[in-house]
Design a protein around this ligand. Sequence first.
Ligand code: GAR
Length: 189
Amino acid sequence: MKRIAILASGAGSNAANIIEYFKSNAGAEVVLIASNKSDAGVLSIAINNAIPTFILNKHNFKESNDFIRELKSRQVDFIVLAGFLWKVPAAFVYEFPMRIINIHPSLLPKYGGKGMYGHFVHEAVHAAHEAESGITIHWVNEHYDEGAIIAQYRTDISEGDSVADIERKVRALEIEWFPHVLKEVLTSC
Ligand code: GAR
């Protein structure tokens, strides 16, 4: 049984989906939810599921080993970034080699990097009149959105699609695929 910690900054729809998936699919369980925002929706999801929470700040995440110690004390095997907006420090990446996975709401390397998150991605895709978008699930390294790609899933964009339409299509891919990919990766490592 692999033990997952989820890091998230927002509403937590991906976190909720992963928690639910591993309730009925063997192989992994979510044992910790950490957020850099003390009012993030994802923390309510954790509390409703009786999953311990951890609030990240500059000191415990970037300037000390406090969070690394927390993860080790909970025997966490994998760290999943599900809408987590802070850059992961290099020291943290080195501590968990090939153990940190991110989901990004575009077909990387397009529309990745600093400032490219959430609706900003979909707005840029819309402005560029792209004919498709999608999701990328990838290993995390010390550079934003540049780690090795594990899987990508695509969706067509129609001429008349709004930013909201693009976001809806991309989110549907996240909900459909992210837990399955995690299960494949986690159970083969
Ligand atoms: C998701 O769409 C995720 O792909 C994106 O943030 C959203 C979080 O939603 N992540 C990024 O943009 C990372 N660069 P959620 O909190 O409802 O899961």
